[in-house]
Design a protein around this ligand. Structure first.
Ligand code: NAP
Length: 335
């Protein structure tokens, strides 16, 4: 059986370019005892993918050139020689940028059936994206009614869920995003209080106008000059959830940092996190988010592109801002 796979050929320098990732067609090896064969249905494209390509160890082991590109997937078990898994089960794992993967079952999680939610939901709002928003906001910043929450990359997959959970918790929510369309969607459809287009508006001035009483909570997805502008308006005892720093992921040299003095003077609590830290509490988040979905208190947008061939070009959308919601590649049909 043939398997189309994206192989990391070179560590990108700056933006991902032609030849860094190459699509190859190889044979699927035969199944060994205790292994399962999964046909991938959906592939999650994430800003973190860029870091994994850098050859540097971070919170996960570094990828080597020649490896199949790492990525989160949802797939269906086509064959099983592992007693814990049955043919036909739908599972979530790090199945990689490819049509098929073999696994010994480690890190493979069955997806509940018959919940009424579309399968691609488990790649976004009921997957890592929702978990990241949920724990990153609630556990790290403990938002209180009436507090002002600012979210960067607010119209993105994680940011848009953070904005809505912030509203559910009674915060005033201000989103920062890169186009008028995204800002309009945040205010009109998701019901946040205000949105700022950081590309066309004066961010510092707009933050002054939209956060007249300062900022209590900042959900950080971007870094760089956006962070700098937000930090100057933080209130005493503010909290910052350090989720991501996408503005620096393609940088070829060290990105200049913000002025940290204000954090000191204002006794700001800042905490970085990786969503996997909350593995034991995932069920808590799924239950709350599923309930909010059923009650129509939370919305999500999945940007689904068909064809494994398109993964290499699609990932660039995360850095140009062309993605509208959670970026997902559809590799095959569920049935
Ligand atoms: N800590 C964790 O465990 C964890 C888990 C998942 C994700 N994350 C982080 O969460 C953040 C959002 O990820 P996501 O998957 O939800 O992606 P996303 O927000 O759906 O897509 C990325 C968005 O970032 C914005 N962006 C890109 N380059 C930018 C720049 N130079 N300056 C300002 N904005 C820029 C773009 O929106 P605009 O059009 O608004 O510019 C783009 O649409 C990332 O930093 C990611 O690394 C962290």
């Amino acid at each position: 059986m043939k398997n189309k796979q994206w192989i990391l050929k070179k560590f990108p320098v700056g933006e991902i370019s032609e030849g860094d990732l190459v699509l190859e067609e190889n044979e699927v090896p035969s199944l060994l005892d205790s292994q399962i064969l999964i046909r991938n249905i959906y592939l999650s494209l994430d800003p973190a993918n860029r870091g994994w390509m850098s050859g540097q160890k971070s919170y996960v082991d570094a990828m080597q050139t020649g490896d199949t590109m790492r990525g989160g997937t949802i797939g269906i078990i086509e064959e099983s020689k592992n007693e814990k898994f049955k043919k036909g089960e739908i599972v979530n794992c790090m199945g990689g940028w490819q049509q098929y993967c073999l696994s010994d079952g480690k890190g493979v999680r069955q997806i509940p059936q018959g919940t009424g939610f579309p399968l691609d939901c488990y790649m976004s709002i009921l997957g890592m994206t929702g978990l990241t928003a949920y724990f990153g906001l609630l556990d790290i910043t403990d938002p209180q009614p009436g507090e002002t929450l600012v979210v960067s990359a607010a119209a993105g997959a994680v940011g848009s869920i953070v904005c809505q959970i912030g509203k559910i918790k009674g915060c005033r929510v201000i989103g920062i995003a890169g186009s008028d369309t995204k800002c309009k969607w945040l205010v009109d459809e998701l019901g946040i209080d205000s949105a700022i287009n950081y590309k066309s508006e004066n961010l510092r001035q707009k933050l002054k106008e939209t956060c007249p009483d300062g900022i209590d909570i900042y959900f950080e997805n971007v870094g760089g000059s956006i962070t700098e502008a937000v930090l100057t308006r933080m209130n005493i005892n503010g909290r910052i959830s350090l989720c991501g720093l996408i503005s620096g992921y393609n940088a070829e040299s060290v990105v200049p940092g913000p002025a940290w003095g204000n954090l000191l003077i204002k006794r700001i609590k800042l905490k970085g996190f990786i969503v996997f830290d909350y593995f034991k509490r995932y069920m808590e988040a799924y239950q709350d988010i599923a309930q909010w979905l059923k009650e129509d208190k939370i919305k999500y947008k999945n940007h689904i592109i068909p064809g494994i061939e398109n993964a290499g070009s699609a990932i660039k959308k995360l850095f140009s801002g062309e993605n509208e919601g959670k970026l997902i590649i559809k590799i095959s049909e569920p049935n």
